[in-house]
Design a protein around this ligand. Structure first.
Ligand SMILES: [Zn+2]
Length: 194
């Protein structure tokens, strides 16, 4: 459908850990469970091979989310959520998928270039893949307020409430929080005025 793709396939995904945070490429091992590891930890694969200029932010988002949640862990692998850079995408950057670790994320260059924090946009869209909805009228301290607080918002971490919600969803204790059907959630560029 959309045809714009940067020639990013040849790029080697060098390890680009955020300062002090190791990027886990195989964070969860099934089978041999360490003594203190939770038994049922969800695993979500992120495929950034089409992420073009946002590849570092995909790596960053893995570190960000893994450091905030415990009942699910992200890793770089295929079969889960793909992140694709596009020059422009109808509606803007968005997540399409089941909100349970599968789907497609499109990052719209023309939207991001208005000045949005790249890491915030990528981590936000991945938040949808983990089960969170938008809260456009929320403060900058919330990751899922997206572009609502404007381009000055540089926060790319989920707050405690958002992290707890993801943990509850993946622990199975908040099963009504998200539908297991294909949904589309768009990153807004302006305050929702209601
Ligand atoms: Zn969103």
């Amino acid at each position: 459908m959309h045809t714009f793709k940067r020639a990013a396939l040849g790029l080697t995904l060098a390890a680009l850990p955020l300062a002090g945070v190791a990027v886990a490429t195989d964070a969860v091992s099934f089978g041999s469970v360490a003594a203190q590891s939770p038994i049922n930890v969800g695993r979500v694969c992120l495929d950034g091979s089409q992420a073009g200029r946002y590849q570092a932010e995909v790596q960053g988002a893995i570190s960000i989310w893994n450091s905030h949640v415990h009942s699910v862990q992200l890793a770089e692998c295929s079969g889960g959520i793909t992140i694709t850079e596009v020059g422009s995408y109808p509606g803007g950057s968005q997540y399409q998928g089941d909100m349970r670790g599968h789907g497609q994320i499109y990052i719209d260059d023309s939207q991001v270039d208005e000045g949005y924090n790249h890491q915030r946009v990528v981590a936000h869209e991945i938040g949808h893949g983990l089960g969170l909805y938008d809260n456009y009228s929320g403060p900058c301290s919330e990751l899922m307020s997206g572009g609502g607080p404007g381009t000055s918002c540089q926060n790319y971490n989920p707050d405690a409430n958002e992290s707890a919600q993801v943990d509850q969803i993946w622990a199975g204790s908040l099963t009504a929080a998200a539908p297991k059907q294909n949904v589309t959630l768009v990153f807004p560029t302006a305050h929702a005025t209601k």
